[in-house]
Ligand binder design. Structure first.
Ligand code: ATP
Ligand code: MG
Length: 413
């Protein structure tokens, strides 16, 4: 038996918020080597909450709940847990004092309802909330454990990391599940499987699983064993073999966004960058400038949507646009060169394409995108044909541009 993730909140059932807490907890449990076999979502209703807890108590050893620990009437989790386990609630004085102090510090008026958050099922260990008012609790009864944390994701994550993970780790006896994720671009899922067929078929520990995503394929290598180092040792030779065969297509690891590796490369090489975007509408500039310290290399980003802007701001030749069109390798290359000049940068990158759903012609379908990189040493341009809706095409194009940047800079060394 294992754990059950238990999300409380009517807004989850109405589809008003996405259950990111459950995603986070599932990942964390897996990292800690705790098997998770069920996820439950229940609204803010005491009867259904208690019934769902009772069901979960039959099939799981550990129930980890989030939500419903706040001060309002519809926050019912502590009362629900107490009822399901057949214990009373009590006012935890240290928790009440922590709430009084936090409210005073924040300068809010103190309301009696605030103390509701210090109502804890008898027999619990109180889990402090390092970033909010509502504490969580950990209660064990009849061989079962219920862990309740507040709903706001940043509070839940802080509490999980500080108080819950160490206790779970201790209980897992050191067995861990460690995953390494390799991200591929420029190779399809089937081709990747084909090249790794024997490895995938022979797998037991670690397991290898391909996952197709938007414009990329991911490969997850997962080991379950006693000790993190032993897990790494199981994964390393498999990863090395995969890199040997298809390493050219690996663009990042462990969900690191591409812009992070581009950022790192540009900083390490002391290079400066300017961006000229048409179909990506500023997405590349946005991704890069989300990273602190981007000002070290990011000189300028121009969103040149019209032909006039391409001519005026980037110096694209009218003749180029007339002869080849705005969506062409020639225009993309002149845009990248123009960005470099306009931004006084060492490297320019550009995108031009048809994000759809309108704007396609017989020769230029939706999803056709040209991406160019220009430096004083070289100019490269690649043609892409992306699938999906407008937003998906923009995203894939931005990622492809970041990848082309990465490849060009790496090869230049
Ligand atoms: P509060 O003290 O803020 O009332 P709470 O523990 O009572 O906290 P809820 O009232 O259930 O928690 O949820 C508070 C907010 O936390 C929600 O409006 C939502 O924004 C976020 N939240 C709750 N549950 C989840 C979840 N499972 N995934 C992501 N966000 C969540
Ligand atoms: Mg609430």
């Amino acid at each position: 038996m294992g754990a059950e993730i238990f999300s409380v909140g009517t807004e989850l059932l109405l589809g008003q918020i996405v259950d990111t807490n459950a995603v986070f907890l599932a990942q964390q449990l897996s990292n800690l080597g705790v098997d998770c076999f069920h996820k439950t979502t229940v609204g803010d209703n005491q009867g259904r909450l208690v019934a769902a807890l009772r069901t979960a108590l039959v099939r799981a050893d550990i129930i980890i709940s989030t939500g419903g620990l706040g001060p309002t009437e519809d926050d019912l989790t502590a009362a629900g847990v107490a009822e399901a386990l057949g214990v009373e609630l009590y006012l935890d004085e240290p928790a009440a004092e922590a709430i009084r102090q936090l409210i005073a510090k924040r300068g809010y008026p103190f309301l009696p309802s605030h103390l509701k958050q210090a109502q804890i099922p008898v027999g619990s260990i109180v889990l402090p909330n390092p970033v909010g008012t509502a504490p969580g609790f950990w209660i064990e009864k009849d061989g079962k454990t219920i862990i309740s944390m507040p709903g706001p994701p940043h509070e839940m994550r802080a509490m999980f990391t500080e108080s819950v993970a160490p206790r779970l780790q201790q209980r897992a006896g050191g067995v861990v599940i460690v995953s390494r994720v390799l991200h591929f671009m420029g190779i399809g899922e089937s081709m990747l499987e084909e090249r790794l067929k024997d490895l995938i078929e022979a797998q037991t520990n670690p397991t290898i699983a391909p996952l197709a995503g938007m414009g990329e394929v991911r490969l997850r290598i997962t080991a379950k064993i006693l000790g993190r180092e032993a897990a790494q040792a199981l994964i390393a030779p498999v990863e090395a073999e995969i890199r040997q065969r298809v390493g050219d297509y690996i663009v990042s690891t462990d969900n690191e966004p591409l812009e992070v590796s581009v950022d790192r490369l540009l900083k390490a090489r002391g290079l400066t960058l300017a961006v000229a975007e048409s179909c990506t509408g500023g997405l590349i500039a946005n991704k890069l400038t989300n990273i602190p310290g981007a000002s070290e290399y990011f000189m300028a980003g121009l969103v040149t949507y019209s032909n006039e802007a391409k001519i005026k701001l980037l110096g694209v030749q009218e003749a180029t646009l007339a002869q080849y069109g705005a969506v062409s390798a020639q225009t993309a290359t002149e845009m990248a060169r123009g960005a470099r000049n306009a931004g006084a940068a060492q490297i320019g990158v550009s995108t031009t394409g048809i994000a759809g759903p309108t704007g396609a012609t017989a020769e230029k379908p939706v999803g056709l995108v040209y991406i160019a990189v220009s430096s004083d040493q070289q100019e490269v341009c690649e043609e892409f044909r992306f699938r999906g809706d407008r937003e998906m095409i923009k995203n894939q194009a931005a990622n492809a541009a970041l990848n082309l940047l990465r490849k060009t800079i790496e090869q230049a060394s």
